[in-house]
Design a protein around this ligand. Sequence first.
Ligand SMILES: C[S@@+](CC[C@H](N)C(=O)[O-])C[C@H]1O[C@@H](n2cnc3c(N)ncnc32)[C@H](O)[C@@H]1O
Length: 275
Amino acid sequence: MHLIELTEDEFARFRELVYRASGIRVAESKRVLMSNRIRRRLRETGIEGYSRYYDFLRSPAGKPEMQPFLDVVTTNETYFFRDEAHYRWLADEFIPEAVREARAGRRPRSLRLWSAACSTGEEPYSMALKLAARRVDLAGWRLEILGTDLSATALAAAEAAVYDERAMHLVGPGDRRAFFDEGPPGRWTVRPEVRAPARFRLHNLMERMTGEPFDCVFLKNVLIYFDAASKRKVVETVTAAMARGGLLVLGPTEGVHGMLDGLEKVKTWLYRKGG
Ligand SMILES: C[S@@+](CC[C@H](N)C(=O)[O-])C[C@H]1O[C@@H](n2cnc3c(N)ncnc32)[C@H](O)[C@@H]1O
């Protein structure tokens, strides 16, 4: 029989574990919330008691459980066109500038966009939607939009691309008709042509990003839960993954403004990598 709530001591050990694995600092006030969320994993794994579950997580046999554990402790709140100005900037300033540069022979006809901590996919699909809505012509270009997250459950929802009214509240009727299929009522699926440039994969922002550099990175509404040391690490990871001249779009709560050495401020939420 396990206790209904984590004891102070158990809570402290789980908080430390979450911090080391993800950079997230779970607030001390979240004991009941954490208890409820971890209890879901106890039910799922059939393990009796928080302490046993903790020991299991730390053991070699429990390694595969780390992913679902982190899944239940992350907060995945997001919606289409959150901070709409960022998407207007992307379609109306960033892409036209890239097109001009390519015409002048100063860059290849290729764009890689990264939605870092994309949760259930609304952010990367909002990028694709805004480009489609503004009829941005990228014929002959290679466009890739990569969405990454620590939560496999969130990424599975992103792949499925089915959304409810809560996620859709800022999507107008014209965009709904043009870029979504409705059905059953109140459930909206992003059309395949809008989804086409988007790819999803698991990635922990505390770890190095591999692959070709990104021309633009959205890093929004994730670092609020990180302490200064973890924020610094994430900023390092992200800037290392950006192309020279690449742009970083920040959410309103990231709190990394003193940590952006080597980046030039363009707007309060927009930074350019020098070189
Ligand atoms: C509140 S959502 C923000 C989603 C989207 N960027 C937005 O602005 O609407 C935060 C996301 O960050 C993810 N996350 C938290 N820590 C992470 C880490 N260390 N690496 C990658 N993703 C992480 C969570 O799983 C969650 O999906």
